[in-house]
Ligand binder design. Structure first.
Ligand code: ATP
Ligand code: MG
Length: 341
């Protein structure tokens, strides 16, 4: 039996990033900028979701050696806390097939040959619900693309609370709410950064073209090359934001400029509107290099010291495991699994 006081829902932030390749500008502006900010006000858990990475083809996650190398970035990695998988199984039995069939990420990543996609790719959103709710997290900073998955996490939390309502109450949660409804935090300078090759597709680590994204580790020459090659249209830049409508590539590049400089799009267009893309692109190269090069050097420094990063991951996993254990004990009691106390 779990004491009510120790298990009260507290404000807690959780988010994950897959070790499927290089972190890019979209991850930075859509997620990481917010991760850093939230540390000032909340208890935060940030997870390298290596178990999610396995849902994709091996060409995306790179195989065991590459996976191990790419994991050495952030705070703790998912597979070190086995309760992520354990809770995901329970949630598999709460979530409905109809809910998962609506998930657009599976449709996009599964592509035309869905029959040969992994079961894990289909089940990805259920594992994601387990990631979040294992820590009974209340706030989840993510990019726009994860909004639908967050809604599914909320549905799973609610259905679990309903399905096991009597048991939840009899285990000391008098309001019947064991799992919180995790709230997405989709905020910050750019919540959906698009591919440099196609303004209708989001920038992704798993896009086969490296020219589609700016990696946080790219050097100045590579950044310059990618931006100069970035798809545009033949029109000059508009002077007003309204003129970006129907021009996804222009809109994206102006959006990136605005996000990195802390200005509004219309302010940026005030400076570059009416001019040629080439001038604007030169300005964008300069800005990207100035903003990203300190991040690249810090990443280089950390990657050169895997022992240090691994010790952070081990310490992070120990701390995450302690929180997860509390949730799992109570969850098992609620579901009716007999366990060693
Ligand atoms: P993959 O293609 O392997 O799914 P990804 O680029 O989508 O990789 P994830 O690790 O799945 O990266 O996502 C990490 C975080 O970055 C999530 O919060 C996600 O919403 C956010 N994110 C990913 N791509 C973008 C983007 N283009 N714009 C804004 N946020 C993004
Ligand atoms: Mg993704």
């Amino acid at each position: 039996m779990c004491g009510k006081l120790t298990m009260a829902i507290v404000q807690r932030v959780f988010s994950g990033v897959q070790p499927t390749g290089n972190l890019h500008l979209g991850n930075y502006l859509g997620a990481i900028v917010n991760f850093v900010k939230l540390q000032e006000t909340h208890t935060c858990l940030y997870c390298v979701v290596d178990m999610h990475a396995l849902t994709q083809p091996v060409s995306v996650w790179g195989g065991p050696t590459e996976l191990a190398r790419n994991t050495r970035h952030i705070v703790f990695n998912q597979s070190q806390v086995s309760s992520h998988a354990e809770l995901a199984w329970i949630f598999n039995c709460v979530a409905r097939v109809g809910w998962l069939n609506r998930m657009t990420q599976f449709k996009e990543k599964g592509g035309k040959d869905r029959e040969s996609a992994s079961v894990g790719l289909y089940d990805y959103p259920v594992l994601m619900a387990a990631d979040i709710l294992l820590y009974r997290a209340t706030h989840v900073p993510v990019g726009e693309d994860q909004k639908q998955h967050l809604e599914l996490s909320r549905d799973i939390a609610q259905k679990f609370n309903n399905d096991f309502g009597d048991s939840i109450r009899s285990h000391g949660f008098s309001d019947g709410l064991f799992f919180p409804q995790p709230e997405p935090l989709i905020t910050g300078p750019a919540t959906r950064v698009m591919s440099l090759r196609d303004g209708t597709k989001k920038m992704s680590k798993s896009d086969s073209s490296d020219n589609s994204r700016i990696n946080l580790t790219d050097d100045a020459d590579t950044i310059a090359q990618k931006i100069r090659k970035a798809k545009t249209d033949p029109e000059p830049l508009p002077s007003e934001e309204k003129g970006l409508e129907g021009r996804p590539e222009a809109d994206n590049l102006v959006g990136i400029y605005a996000a990195l400089s802390g200005r509004t799009k219309s302010n940026v267009l005030g400076e570059f509107g009416g001019g040629q893309f080439s001038d604007f692109k030169n300005g964008l190269v300069e800005l990207c290099v100035a903003k990203l090069s300190p991040i690249a050097s810090e990443m280089k420094r950390l990657v050169a010291d895997p022992g240090h990063v691994d010790s952070i991951l081990i310490d992070g996993a120990d701390r995450a495991r302690a929180i997860a254990a509390e949730t799992m004990k109570a969850t098992k009691d609620i579901v009716g699994f007999v366990r060693k106390s």
